[in-house]
Design a protein around this ligand. Structure first.
Ligand code: ATP
Length: 908
């Protein structure tokens, strides 16, 4: 029951069912052809070469093939939007009520309801169009790019450069690196240790190894529609997958709707789990529909019992139902979200999926990685030493050789920050890295926490060089290099080495171990299982200084009720040191192995208690996030690496930085352009401000509607006639709806921004139960006055005057309620509503004053009120102000006491 659109969700705008699917056999056939051809023939068929296309060729092809986007993944057309607006549950309720009115012959009422439906749908379509434009602009600011190899002219040298994914064309040559999205369907030209995560396409979570075809390729599986044989083809890479490890160079064979992903698009499931926003929307919708289901039959039964079973009683009940239907709520929510996202964009925070803005405001636990968040992400080599602890340039040379060959991919250099630091330091120290050639790579992965290369050092021999986390490298070592030669590695040595590296870790230095193994040259690939019987040669230490702003940002988040938890793949001692520097008490650090050993219930408890989690792999990060969510928290996750993608997707709101890898940017809902924790604290406040206005709208409209229903019930018992004509209820509702919409643009009291905020149906119900009856008390006073002051008139005139009086009183109290209930403080010159809200309520007051004297008055059954009635109604307005202010003060007192209780309970 989503009433706010999410233009980025694949499920939001499904491609026309059947249309794309019918292309699957054709697409599969073409891919099978590309898979079975020798490489040269593939390149010839695509009229390209290993040096890529020229810019001119690429432009011509872009015109011929169109942009590399999936049909239906863009913004929907006006027709689709209108359909979505018309099928929103609240509009469906209105349509049903309009239908019943028409069937009963109440054509006037049916017409007003139709006007309400039309206005609501029109505003929603218009608003969604604006919403989509805001979203598209914001997304364009953080669009995902791909490294493409092109030439300026036919004779020019090829140049690798970043290009937006949608500009890719068949025949383009692209480079792939860990964390990249596969941007189209590709045939591999070259690869080094490449593996892809194809879960989006196959549901299989383990990465699949890919490699260029040896020479003549085989035809991949070609079974029925569900056949996944095509995905098993090692030299084809498919749009929708991501690079898990290794690198590759490939030629684009199909783009956009011609890709396998494009043809499957209509069948893909929605990507994300339900977030806090979705849960909130559902809860509030259910509460509102529940309120209607109780109130409307009650109004009908009471009226029928008192006045007899007449059609008037039914129309009246229908009008009450219409009055209780918040059909403008979707418009209000999308207006507030789009406005909030624009404000955040000015602060360089890009909200890719607009509902994420609400989720940001609701976050009460923020999980962050360490590097780049608590540290400056300027990693430098701090030391390198042999197993005795003495500085040793040979250790630096082995480590740098590992970095160099791991990063080298036929000219395209790809380095992670540790490797980059190593290569820079080696160059600075003049360490020679020549004299050997690369023989193979076993890429680094965050679960093994080590990576290896094989280099050819002499005739017939090669050396496997492994570098990685100390524990994980020691696990593969059986020998130790000393000044007197290699010796067996004993248990005592292991203990000594751990103690040695722990001392560095406690000082905040990340230590990697380096080990080697000489072996005869081998033909064929290398696997992680080859990392055994190694000789430990030493260690390299890296330092990344803490960010000076981190401590203040963490304090700012704590002030806003957001607890920060650190999830890192690094050593617990390094994590503890960096956390202390950032003002976080690490407490008892939970390790990845503790998480693996814990069941779901146990993990929820662990995740609740602990602040720092170290040596965690990508799946463990995601499990922690899920455990916190299962425990009732709204969880944000801030990360930028391949190993963060899963957690980014599983969090209520995934946050990343502009420099993050492709998959992290794609998985995140929010991208920080100048990102650090300060920006997150600001964005959290923006989210709360946005939600504050949505909450205000809900509180004001629902409490006054509820008060009105109570008044109608009381009037049904007290009066011999209906307290308001059905048509008047409908018109009044239309006026409320339109004049309260500007609340989306209101200021928000800073005190309401201090705590996480989300839809809380129970809180809303308490508010409505306290404030609604104040409205009823004022109404009942107005009834007395109106009965008394109109009693001398003949019955039809007296009824018209009564109806008019209550109509006017309702509009005026609603206008006043906006100002009295919009914040914890009373309105003043310093603390007043924003201009659009002032204008909205002024319009409501003007309608109340003018309608009884306008040409519409007889149509609506209204009469001009005598001066005394107006004066007395103004007195009722004063009484209403007193009642509502007292109730509001009581509300804020009890809610702050309640909050204290909760805080104390948490403290205890
Ligand atoms: N390029 C590399 N070569 C060898 N080992 C590495 C490399 N990068 C990381 N490691 C090892 O693997 C461990 C986990 O790295 P990973 O990148 O998963 O950590 P992370 O969770 O991203 O850390 P952070 O929280 O600091 O961002 C590191 O602590 C280090 O010991």
């Amino acid at each position: 029951m989503a009433w706010a659109p999410d233009p980025f969700s694949a499920a939001a705008v499904p491609a026309p069912d059947g249309a794309d699917r019918s292309r699957l056999p054709q697409v599969r056939g073409r891919l099978a052809e590309y898979a079975s051809m020798p490489m040269l023939q593939v390149l010839r068929r695509l009229e390209t070469g290993p040096r890529g296309l020229t810019e001119e060729q690429a432009q011509t092809r872009l015109v011929r093939h169109g942009e590399n986007v999936i049909a239906g993944s863009g913004a929907p057309g006006r027709g689709a939007r209108l359909l979505r607006a018309a099928t929103n549950p609240f509009v469906l309720i209105l349509l049903a009520l309009g239908g019943v009115s028409a069937a009963l012959g109440a054509f006037g009422a049916a017409m007003v309801i139709s006007v309400m439906v039309l206005v609501s749908c029109w505003l929603q379509v218009r608003q969604e169009h604006g919403f989509d434009q805001v979203a598209a602009t914001l997304r364009a600011m953080v669009s995902t790019t791909v490294t493409v190899v092109r030439r300026a002219r036919a004779q020019a040298s090829p140049l690798a450069r970043e290009t937006p994914i949608d500009e890719l064309v068949p025949g383009d040559v692209v480079n792939l690196a860990p964390g990249d999205m596969v941007p189209a369907d590709l045939r591999l030209l070259r690869s080094v240790g490449l593996s892809l995560d194809q879960a989006v396409l196959t549901g299989e979570s383990l990465p699949v190894a890919k490699r260029a075809a040896p020479d003549e390729a085989a035809v991949p599986g070609s079974g029925g529609e569900g056949d996944l044989g095509t995905f098993d083809c090692p030299w084809l890479c498919f749009m929708g997958s991501t690079v898990a490890t290794g690198t590759g160079t490939a030629v684009v064979v199909a783009t956009g709707a011609s890709t396998y992903f494009g043809a499957m698009h209509a069948r893909l499931p929605a990507r994300r789990a339900e977030t806090a926003f979705d849960r909130g929307v559902k809860g509030v919708s259910r509460a509102l529909i529940g309120l209607m289901l109780v109130c409307v039959p009650l109004v009908f039964v009471v009226n029928a019992a008192v006045h007899g079973l007449r059609s008037a009683a039914l129309w009246f009940a229908i009008s009450v139902a219409v009055g209780l239907t918040p059909e403008m709520l979707p418009v209000m929510v999308s207006t507030a979200l789009a406005r909030g996202a624009k404000v955040s964009a000015r602060r360089k925070v890009i909200i890719k999926r607009l509902p994420a803005l609400h989720n940001l405001g609701a976050v009460d636990v923020l999980c962050v990685d360490k590097t780049g968040t608590l540290t400056r992400d300027r990693i430098a080599v701090d030391c390198h030493f042999d197993p005795e602890g003495h500085p040793d340039p040979e250790v630096l040379r082995w480590a740098a050789l590992n970095s160099m060959w791991a990063a080298q991919d036929d000219g395209a250099m790809l380095v992670n920050e540790l490797d980059e630091a190593l290569l820079t330091h080696a160059e600075h120290e003049g360490v020679p890295l020549d004299g050997c050639s690369g023989g193979g790579v076993i890429p680094f992965d965050p679960v093994r926490r080590r990576g290896s290369v094989v280099v050819r050092t002499g005739l017939g021999t090669e050396t496997l060089i492994t570098k990685g986390a100390v524990e994980q490298v020691l696990d593969c070592c059986t020998r130790l290099r000393t000044r007197h030669g290699d010796v067996p590695l004993t248990e005592a040595d292991r203990d000594r080495l751990r103690a040695l590296t722990d001392r560095h870790a406690a000082d905040g230095v990340r230590v990697l171990a380096v080990a080697v193994a000489d072996q005869p040259i081998r033909i064929g690939g290398y696997r992680p299982a080859d990392e055994q019987d190694l000789t430990l040669v030493g260690f390299v230490g890296f330092r990344d200084h803490p960010r000076s702003s981190a401590a203040a940002a963490i304090a700012a988040l704590a002030e806003r009720g957001v607890a920060v938890k650190v999830l890192t793949g690094d050593h617990p001692l390094v994590a503890a040191r960096i956390c202390r520097d950032a003002g976080i008490d690490p407490g008892r650090i939970v390790l990845g192995e503790d998480i693996t050993a814990s069941g779901d219930a146990e993990l929820r408890e662990l995740a609740e208690r602990a602040t720092v989690f170290a040596r965690v792999d990508p799946e463990q990060k995601a499990r922690i996030v899920r455990a916190l969510r299962a425990d009732g928290h709204t969880v944000g996750f801030l990360g930028d690496g391949v190993n963060d993608a899963m957690a980014l997707r599983d969090a209520d709101v995934g946050i990343t930085v502009e420099s993050a890898v492709g998959i992290a940017r794609e998985s995140a809902d929010v991208v920080l352009l100048h990102g650090d924790l300060d920006a997150v604290a600001e964005a959290v406040t923006d989210g709360r401000r946005t939600f504050g206005n949505i909450a205000k709208y809900l509180e004001i409209t629902i409490s006054s509607n509820f008060g009105n229903v109570l008044s109608m019930l009381a009037a049904s018992v007290m009066l011999p006639f209906l307290p308001m004509l059905p048509m008047q209820i409908l018109v009044q509702n239309l006026c409320f709806d339109l004049c309260l919409l500007p609340l989306a643009f209101d200021h928000v009291d800073p005190r309401t921004l201090r705590r996480p905020r989300t839809f809380e149906p129970a809180r809303l119900t308490r508010f409505v139960l306290l404030l609604g009856p104040m409205n009823t008390l004022a109404d009942l006073t107005a009834f007395m006055i109106l009965l008394h002051s109109t009693g001398s008139h003949p019955a039809p005139v007296a009824q018209a005057l009564f109806h008019t009086g209550w109509f006017v009183e309702n509009l005026l109290t609603q206008a006043v309620a906006v100002h009295l209930l919009r914040g914890p403080r009373l309105p003043s010159l310093r603390d007043h509503a924003a201009l659009p809200v002032l204008l909205g309520t002024l319009a409501l007051t003007a309608i109340a004053a003018a309608l009884p004297y306008s040409p519409l008055a007889p149509v609506l059954g209204m009469a001009a009120l005598p001066g005394t009635s107006i004066l007395l109604l103004l007195l009722v307005l004063v009484l209403y102000c007193v009642l509502i202010s007292a109730a509001k003060a009581r509300w804020h007192r009890t809610t702050s006491l309640r909050r204290q209780d909760v805080a104390e309970a948490h403290g205890a």
